[in-house]
Design a protein around this ligand. Structure first.
Ligand code: GLU
Length: 286
């Protein structure tokens, strides 16, 4: 990564499992990128069904063991609902949100029917089925109690914000670096909120990065496509644009991304084998 001045950076894990070697690289990268600035820990605990206090305690334990220190207090996204709701209301007022009643199965079927290729990130991109639902149809389905999600209309958002770009100091999965033009539709019309989830990942991240004055977002390049969407949300919400530095991923022996389910690479497990933090740095190529 290109050397930068003092920055505010953050490590933002979700407490849905034990941290593994990939998280160690993400956390140390964020810590080092702060230089003499501020390093923050943010707990991304919006998915209440999957988050556990035990995992949150594990995050603190593992990071302390790695020798990292962060500014207090630690921010929990679950405590930020009011700000998330306000941002959602701003997007709604600007006419950038629509209600989507599709189930995951319906989305997959629609993609197959249209013969569309899956996105290169491997993620399912919503084909926009409900974008053109009439107001009366929407109201009828809501009155009937059909579950729905609120989605960002990425075309309208792009029309409103005009052409955008973000500054990448690290490297995306295809070597992207420097001034990267935003592709508004790269992840399609993303979900902003749904029942039981007052703010989904992208919305909460941009609101909280701005709230915490994060000036440099560092994270694995599996989240590179997110920067496109997040830059667009920042512009639509009038929030400042941080710099980005995406980094390589740590892969397992078969070349796949590490998962929280894989016990052998958890920091906790490695620690219990008597391996020290210096050895972890060596294993992740630092
Ligand atoms: N909470 C996300 C994760 O655990 C990271 C969010 C981000 O760095 O933007 O993958």
């Amino acid at each position: 990564m290109r050397q930068t001045a003092n920055h505010t950076t953050r490590f933002a894990p979700s407490p849905t499992g034990w941290l593994h070697l990939g998280h160690a690289l993400a956390a140390i990268s964020a810590y080092e990128a702060a230089g003499g600035g501020n390093f923050l820990l943010r707990i991304e605990d919006l998915d209440r069904g999957r988050c556990r206090l035990e995992f949150e305690a594990g995050i603190v334990e593992d990071l302390t063991w790695l020798g990292l220190q962060w500014q207090q207090p630690v921010l929990r996204q679950s405590e930020r609902s009011e700000a998330h709701r306000a941002a959602l209301a701003t997007l709604d007022k600007a006419g950038l949100i629509y209600s989507c009643f599709c189930t995951r199965q319906e989305i997959v079927r629609e993609i197959e029917r249209a013969g569309e290729a899956p996105h290169r990130s491997g993620e399912v991109v919503y084909p926009g089925t409900c974008r053109t639902l009439s107001r009366s149809e929407c109201e009828m389905r809501k009155a009937r109690g059909d579950p729905f999600a609120l989605r960002l209309d990425s075309r309208k958002a792009a029309a409103m914000t005009g052409a955008l770009s973000f500054e990448e100091l690290g490297q995306g999965p295809d070597g992207e670096n420097g001034d990267v033009p935003v592709e508004p539709g790269v992840l399609g019309d993303i979900v902003l909120a749904r029942k039981g989830l007052p703010a989904a990942y992208h919305l909460a991240v941009v609101v909280d990065d701005a709230f915490q004055d994060v000036s440099l977002v560092t994270r694995g390049n599996d989240l590179f496509a997110s920067a496109h969407v997040q830059r667009m949300l920042q512009a639509a919400l009038g929030l400042p644009a941080p710099l980005y530095a995406h980094h390589r991923l740590i892969l397992d022996a078969d070349g796949s991304k590490l998962s929280k389910r894989d016990r052998s690479s958890t920091l906790r497990n490695i620690r219990q084998q008597g391996i020290d933090a210096a050895e972890i740095r060596r294993r992740i190529g630092l």
